[in-house]
Design a protein around this ligand. Sequence first.
Ligand code: SF4
Length: 183
Amino acid sequence: MMPIQDTIRLQKEALGIHEYAFMNTGDLVFSQGVRNLCEMNSCGEYGKTWACPPGVGTMEECQSKLLRYQHFFVFTTLHPLEDSYDFEGMMEGKERHRERCPAIAALFEKEYQDVFILSAEGCGRCERCTYPDAPCRFPDTLYPSIESYCVEVNRLAASAGIHYINGANTVTYFGCIFYDPTA
Ligand code: SF4
């Protein structure tokens, strides 16, 4: 089977990936400050779905879940905006990003038994989330936000050598796929 690095390189454009890197989980920086920002609920997603805190668990639980893996793949998707106030464009970009995640994740799921995906900002899949009364309806395709796991995305971008932002009138979304070649 072709190494995942070659598969990604060959399919990057078709998958709609802007930039990417293969990383070790030891490179991740976790921060209680990120969780504190979630708790301030400026995005309005806090406590609404299983994809955000507190539904994802404590910082310690999130950290320990990610550190079970040795490796992860980080990628961005890039979306145009009409201007820096184009909220609708940001939401559309987020949807396009979420739509691309399953195809990218599938490449890893084909090769590795244990794969875990983090994506961008909340869930929004069901009209009415089951949180907190019942388990998620789609746990296998639930992709919590990277920030919900207390990962500092700007520092992650810097250590991955990819852009955190990509200039005026664009929005950039991040995704991470955790996998373990020994699994
Ligand atoms: S998939 Fe549905 S039930 Fe699960 S977290 Fe998202 S909105 Fe909630």
